[in-house]
Design a protein around this ligand. Structure first.
Ligand SMILES: [Zn+2]
Length: 81
């Protein structure tokens, strides 16, 4: 992940990284421009799901799907026309 200084736009270095919650990580950053010297904190926050996790399905359904061919799995998840 590339972070840029919010003051001068130069690349920044992530000094420390701390998981705050299941969906938020806090990065302590320092600007690489020594004349700038800006240190700052960036929050990386989960936004939204694009494709749901297979773990959201019941285990028995996951096991049943694992025995299917890739084309059968694709057919299962195609939107109904
Ligand atoms: Zn800077």
């Amino acid at each position: 992940m590339r972070i840029y200084c919010t003051e001068c736009g130069e690349k920044a270095v992530i000094r420390t990284s701390e998981q705050i919650s299941k969906t938020t990580r806090k990065l302590s950053c320092s600007c690489t421009d020594i004349q700038c010297g800006h240190t700052f904190v960036v929050d990386v926050v989960f936004s939204h799901t694009v494709s749901p996790s297979a773990y959201a399905m019941p285990e028995k359904v996951r096991e049943a799907i694992q025995n299917q061919s890739p084309s059968q799995i694709r057919a299962l998840f195609l939107p109904l026309a």
